[in-house]
Each structure stands twice: as C-alpha cells, then as structure tokens.
Design a protein around this ligand. Sequence first.
Ligand code: MG
Length: 377
Amino acid sequence: MAGVAESQRFARLRLPVSASRGRRYPELAHPYRNDFQRDRDRIVHSRAFRRLENKTQVFPPSVSDHFRNRLTHTLEVSQIARTIAASLGLDEDFTEALALAHDIGHPPFGHSGEEALAQRMAEHGASFDHNVHALRIVERFESSYAAFPGLNLTFEVREGMAKHSRDFARGEFPELDEYRPGERPPLEAQLIDMADEIAYNTADLDDAADAALFQKADLWEACPDAYALYEPIDSMYPGAPERVRWLEFLRQLVNTLATGLITGTQANLLATQLLSVEDVRQHPVRLVGFTAHAAELNQSLKHFLHAHVYSSPSLEAERAHSAARVGWMFDHLLAHPEAMPENYRLEHAQELPHRLVCDYIAGMTDGYFHRAYLEMT
Ligand code: MG
C-alpha cells in the first residue's frame, strides 16, 4: 500500500521461507523458486485445485454463467490476501499458497455437501471437516511424485491449512496434533480466513443481485454503512447504467473492507508490540482483524446475506436436494462398495468403509457427482 509508513509494516512478524521447518520428505532446493513458491505451484498443478472449477460456491451454475465457482472464488481470495500481505510487509508467496489451497477440501455442492457428509460420518462415530480433508488431499490423495505420497508441502502451509478457520487445542483433533496445537498460526495464515470473508461477502452480494434474489433498497435499509458507500457514486454518475454503479459500489466495498482489515491489523500489532513470529504464535488471540467500523459493515453484510440470500426458497430447495442426494449416495456406496473404482478401493484398503466412501464422494466435482448418481440410480 503506497504511503504506509515503514513503522506500520511488520516485516519482523513475517514468516520468511528461510525459517520454514521444511517438508516431511526432504528435497533438494530448486535453483530459482523458494519452497513457498514451489508449494504454490504444486497446489496450482494439483487435480484437487482444477476440480474447484466444477464445484459450487453458493449459486448453482444452472442459473447463470457469471456466478463464482470455487475456483474463481479462490482466485479472488488469493488476490485480496496477497494485497493485504504485501501492505503489511508479510510473505506474499506463503500467503498465496495458503489462499490457493484454502478450499480444496470442499466436497461437491458447497456447504450442503459438507453437512450431508458430516451427518453421515457422525452416525459412524466419525467426522468430516473440509479443512481436515484438505490435508488428506495434499498428504495422501494427490499422487504425482515418485519419491513421496501427496504434494510434500512445507510444514507451515500444512499448518495454515489445518488452522484455516479456527485454532485448536491438543487432542481436540488428534489427527492435527503435529500442527502446533494451542498456538496461533503465523499472520499470513491468519489473514486467509478474513480475506475469504471479504471475498465471499462481496461476491455473494454481486451474484445474488445478478440472480435478482434481493431488492437493493432492502440492502440500503439493512446496511446503512453500505449505502454510505453507494450514495456518492449514485450522485457522481447519475447517467451510468445501474449495473455499472452497482459494480462501482462493490469495488468500494472490497476496498473499504480490505483497508479496514489492514488498518485494524496494524492497530493490533502496534498495540501489542510483538517482536517475532514466535510472539504471534504465543499470543492468546489472533491479531489479524478489522477496525470496529469495518467489522460492523462486514457483520451487517453477513446478516443481510443470511436473511435475504442464503435462506431464499430457491437456494434452500437446491441445498436440500443436493444434501439428500449426497446422503443417498453415501448409503448406496456403503452397501455397494463395488460401485467405486477398484483401483481406489485397493489403494485405500486400510480405510474403514465409511471413510472410504466419504473420501470418494468428497473428491467429486458437482458434474462428476451428477453423472455417478445417474449411473447408480
Ligand atoms: Mg473460501
């Protein structure tokens, strides 16, 4: 960010690649890419990343070609997160790798798919969580290297994925106990979740407006701080098409939230005077956060989206339909494991039957799920 005083950049709290704990399976250094850049490239070249293109974010592609899918959402998160990291003096490559990986554990059909799998797994005394699943993907399911399973990402990228949306205590998720439980992740990892919120709150407004799921007047009434951004644009460009004025507003909104996150984080860091990444880790709470004004704006958008968009009858019906089908397929595959590819079953023969089924469905794109469903019924 131009004009940010050096004292408000926090390079001392950046996690430099030279401080990485490295990879599970040691590898030779690359001549001109550092380890975080290699992690980013491995994620971009993975199958799980490409599958994001055919996974629903919120709005089903059957309604419009312009909606975000999980891939374009991921690119928006990455762009916002990198901008914020750069302005704070944090590591952009580390941030980018984390942003690109942040949603690869999502099953088909967004949150309805996740809830359906979590519910079925709970019936077997197990669980499904997209962050834990993302780690299973990068540790085990991606197999394109001769020397090791998975992508062999650095410890810090795997830790950041594990702590994407929440920190955990030792024993809370036994499978995550190697990732420094009880500690905060580095700032680069802390900002991903917030960049994710900025990206989806603004993008969901855009897509929902496209789908005519709400009246703008209702938004202005529910979120006066949003109207305060729109009003000057409206008077400045009265002749511009409504759609263009709306896009001007959305740009202002992203900018206001991103600036609020940078400013809020700077204030937290100045107030705490932490000196190192280790101090960030030991601090009792996360330090990346909005200013009070940006937090209020963000909250009001969230409330509005829940009240007017996510709970709209068309989306509710779509979600219920998808969840029912995911649940049905889970039961079907558990009863008929032979309907899963033989090489998959042999390769993961050590897994319990419900985990085998869960992983198989979680890896599907929406499109693959539809085809598989039609074949099974
Ligand atoms: Mg996301």
